[in-house]
Design a protein around this ligand. Structure first.
Ligand code: BGC
Ligand code: NOJ
Length: 883
């Protein structure tokens, strides 16, 4: 069942009914200010840090779901003589198409966004676009539209509202706005009621409501919620607006039609405007609402005693005082995204499996664009990269599954996320790398997480995840391959945020590399520490106390538990480390690294192979994990995908055997599960992995992040059909028709899909903030379509299904725009016969970079918009003939 459709031309997902199987959200904001925005305007916004500086309140895990947002209520007052139909009973309607209910079904008062009244609307649509969303609905002859976004460079949400009378009679409309303020620290806000109920403070001035809780003491910032039109009333006290025993689905003020002009003193401050709009037949009126964050310098906090200095707010409101200004800001935002996504786009994909009639097929083509491949093009070209930018901005902090108060920036997560956006915002990626590296500890290990505001390592979690350091090599190598900017290696970067311990970024890479070299166990494989990539394989934890954190508990120090996955990650990143050493003249270090790589490869060969697949680990007693000898957990995905990615077993058939075993044991119609058989019992010696019910999360769920490792591994075997099959299974657009089961947004990847042991096999969870975004983009762009940045240029090495007869990619790389057309009329899965660049044949399959390193660096660093250059230039034409 579908709940909408992709409007590919507009790059929007259009939701056609409000009662989606889960709230389907979008992210507003690109820089410092962000909003989570659901298809019924639910969600919240924050400045830079979702925990510390949250502007509006949101109740996670609420029933009903997704209550709390930027709401508008409409009241259509009948002309004198008409019978009012207001029915104040508290039942709500059940949604579009249903007539049940009072407020919801009421003809005179409704929620044009459907929530929170669940109003029965005559029409409804929500378009989630890149950085903005639009909700449109109609009822009672009144059209409503809301366009919401965060303008570039400003710290506010804009909500442009249009009301249009489509009847032939005049209408008297009352519109009430509603937001509920969060008292800044979101954790405190939902726990410390003995204090919070006494501290809320507001001011109201003209049409602006100011939320200034804690401003008198240590804060120098406040929020403003304003509209560019005179108001007839307002409310700032939640209880006055709603009534103590009412929900947002039946606010007293809206039902009675009159604001109370309440001023909040403690309790819960809110912001509500009351606007009266008389609309002649056919008339439309526009309103610009701004929800903003403002700061004052310490010395200029006050206008007078208890009166805040409103000048930054006034400047902000002045800037967006007209619809035209709001429209312009939206157009700028759209241009930003257009430019950004022009760096990598999939222009067309043709397939021989389809009819020969396409008008778009160029002459001589006997194929047409297949729906299957079009779906891939829309994901790879637009939505997957969009999600990568969201993971860049959010890491794992704020989604509808991450509460925004818990996890900081992950060391391993942030490094892997880089793979998905380094081509889009190289300069910001560079800064991110330096931030991450500064939290590394002097012995090469790393704080597992750091806080975005302080950029300091997070002591509560500490270090001890022994895979962490290696991901820094992955991230830095990806940055250099994209930009050619080796100068990043010379940047002086602190250890543990301590400037006195600063050394070059290269020195950080060396300590990362050496950390693995120096921390090996009895089989010469890397010690796992608290866990490796799989946070739930806690082999030194031995926790039997309820509530104890699996992530931080160390009741046992074995010095024995080893990870084959870390060995494989090492084998995957070591060639980059070696290459970086060679290219920077560190010849001896390169030789040393090569010999260490050899040792690890040997250890995997001798102790990491189980006969038909790669082992996963050794536990603290030296017992195998992920072996046919085990009762449960005989085979795992991670060590198999990564070992083959690292090239292990390619020459002796083990790689093929391993991937065939993965296919036979782990593959399902919805993706590849993490291991089999699922653990049925809790294992003290394994930790959290065995705590999950079979089929969920790391216990044999489809943990999507590691599926693209298998896809990439398949391309190393040259199996293009298999690679594409594994790619498709977790790709959301292919499951759009199955949304009732999958439940998550059809335009984004989720972290986890319930595995075959689960009661709800195929159901997705944890959409948006997942390393799946970066790795799937890497798998499709670099390994299937095969456009792969390397130190000297772009490697062109597709590995595709044989029926993909041709495709065209636009790719900007180090300042040059390439139009790359791959001709696979030969019908192969892999292999490049020859390439021409602007008509000239080149040697091999590497497109040499045109810019020198330093030009590339200034390209990467320069320009108004990060990563963009020469947007109107003529592309260099590249023709690739496979065969
Ligand atoms: C989850 C992991 C996650 C870890 C750290 C565990 O409960 O299963 O996926 O990485 O928590 O937050
Ligand atoms: C989610 C975490 O963010 C990531 O760091 C980890 O690798 C996976 N869970 C697997 O446990």
């Amino acid at each position: 069942m579908k709940y909408g459709f992709f409007d590919d031309a507009a790059r929007e997902y259009v939701i056609t009914r409000p009662d989606t199987p889960y709230p389907w959200i979008n992210y507003l904001g690109c820089d410092d200010f962000f909003g989570l925005f659901s298809n019924t305007s639910g969600g919240y916004c924050f400045y830079r840090d979702a925990k510390m500086l949250r502007l509006t309140r949101y109740r996670y895990n609420n029933a009903p779901a997704d209550i709390g947002g930027r709401y508008f209520y409409l009241k259509d007052t009948p002309a004198v003589g008409d019978t009012p139909t207001a029915d104040l009973s508290l039942d709500s309607g059940v949604g579009v198409g249903s007539d049940i209910g009072a407020c919801g079904g009421n003809m005179n008062i409704w929620s044009p966004q459907w929530q929170p009244m669940k109003s029965q609307l005559d029409s409804y649509e929500c378009r989630h676009g890149l950085g903005y969303s639009k909700i449109s609905s109609a009822k009672n002859g009144l059209e409503f539209s809301q366009t919401s976004f965060v303008p570039r460079g400003d710290t506010c949400e804009i909500h442009k509202i249009v009301l249009k009378n489509t009847t032939s009679a005049a209408k008297n409309i009352d519109m009430f706005s509603y937001v509920e303020f969060c008292l800044w620290n979101a954790q405190d806000d939902m726990t410390n009621f003995q204090r919070n109920f006494s501290i809320g403070e507001v001011e109201v001035h003209d049409s602006a409501i100011y939320h200034k809780t804690e401003y008198r003491e240590r804060r120098n910032h406040y929020a403003v919620w304003a509209v560019n039109t005179p108001i007839v009333g307002f409310d700032t006290d939640r209880e006055s607006f709603l009534g103590l025993y009412n929900g947002t689905n039946a606010p007293d003020v809206v039902l009675s039609g009159a604001s109370k002009n309440s001023i909040a003193h403690g309790w819960s401050p809110i912001g509500s405007h009351h606007i009266k709009a008389e609309l002649a037949p056919g008339e439309a009126r526009e309103f610009v609402f701004v929800l903003g964050y403002c700061e004052n310098p310490e010395a200029e906090k006050w206008e007078s005693l208890h009166v805040i200095n409103k000048s930054p707010a006034k400047a902000l409101l002045e800037k967006y005082a007209t619809s035209e200004a709001a429209d312009r800001a939206l157009a700028e935002l759209q241009a930003y995204w257009r430019e950004l996504l022009s760096i990598f786009t999939v222009e067309s994909v043709f397939s021989s499996a389809f009819a020969k009639t396409s008008s778009r097929a160029s002459s001589g083509d006997t194929a047409e664009e297949s729906t299957d491949y079009k779906k891939m093009a829309r994901m790879a070209g637009v939505w997957n990269q969009y999600q990568c930018m969201v993971t860049f901005n959010m890491s794992r902090s704020a989604s509808y599954f991450e509460s925004g108060i818990g996890r900081g920036m992950g060391f391993r997560d942030s490094n892997q996320d880089l793979l998905g956006f380094v081509h889009l915002v190289p300069q910001r990626a560079r800064a991110r790398i330096l931030d991450i590296a500064a939290t590394q500890l002097p012995d090469g290990s790393a704080y597992h997480q750091y806080q975005p505001l302080t950029k300091r390592g997070n002591n509560e979690i500490g270090s001890g995840f022994n895979d962490d350091p290696l991901w820094l090599i992955l991230g830095v190598a990806a940055y250099i391959k994209e930009t050619g900017d080796f100068s990043i290696l010379d940047e002086q970067v602190p250890f543990d945020n301590d400037e006195t311990l600063a050394d070059s970024l290269f020195a950080h890479l060396k300590r990362s590399f050496d950390f693995t070299v120096n921390n090996k166990g009895p089989h010469g494989l890397p010690l796992i520490g608290r866990a490796d990539w799989n946070d739930c394989l806690n082999l030194n934890c031995f926790s039997s106390t309820p509530g104890e954190s699996f992530q931080t508990t160390a009741n046992f120090e074995s010095g024995i538990a080893e990870s084959v996955l870390i060995a494989a990650i090492f084998a995957f990143v070591a060639p980059d480390y070696i290459e970086i050493c060679r290219r920077t003249g560190r010849i001896e270090e390169a030789a040393y690294a090569l010999s260490e790589l050899g040792k690890i490869q040997k250890a995997i060969d001798s102790h990491g192979w189980d006969g038909n697949w790669f082992l996963r680990a050794y536990d603290a007693h030296g017992k195998k994990i992920g072996s046919h000898e085990c009762e449960d957990g005989k085979i795992f995905i991670e060590s198999n995908g990564f070992s083959v990615m690292a090239g292990i077993g390619l020459d002796d058939g083990r790689a093929e055997k391993a991937l065939n075993s993965v296919r036979d044991w782990l593959e399902t119609p919805y993706g590849i599960v993490l291991q089999q058989p699922a653990y049925q019992k809790y294992h003290l010696e394994l930790g959290e992995i065995s705590s999950y019910p079979p089929g969920y999360k790391e216990n044999a769920g489809i943990f999507c992040h590691n599926n693209p490792w298998v896809t990439i591994a398949e391309t190393r075997l040259g199996r293009g059909i298999r690679a594409f099959e594994t790619y498709k299974k977790i790709c959301p657009t292919y499951r759009e028709d199955d949304s009732a089961l999958r439940r998550m947004e059809p335009y984004v990847y989720c972290q986890m899909i319930a595995g075959k042991d689960a009661a709800r096999h195929g159901e997705g969870k944890n959409s948006w903030l997942t390393g799946t975004a970066a790795w799937t983009f890497t798998s499709i762009s670099q390994y299937i379509l095969g456009i792969r940045p390397e130190y000297d240029g772009l490697r062109i090495d597709p590995c595709i299904p044989a029926d993909m007869t041709s495709f065209t990619i636009m790719r900007k790389f180090r300042g040059t725009l390439y139009e790359i057309t791959v001709d696979n009329s030969a019908g192969v899965e892999k292999g490049v016969r020859h390439i021409t660049l602007d008509g000239e044949k080149i040697n091999g399959n590497l497109l040499p970079a045109k810019a020198t390193d330093s030009e590339a660096t200034s390209n990467a660093a320069g320009g108004d918009i990060d990563g963009m250059n020469n947007s109107n230039e003529k592309p260099c034409k590249v023709t690739v003939v496979m065969g």
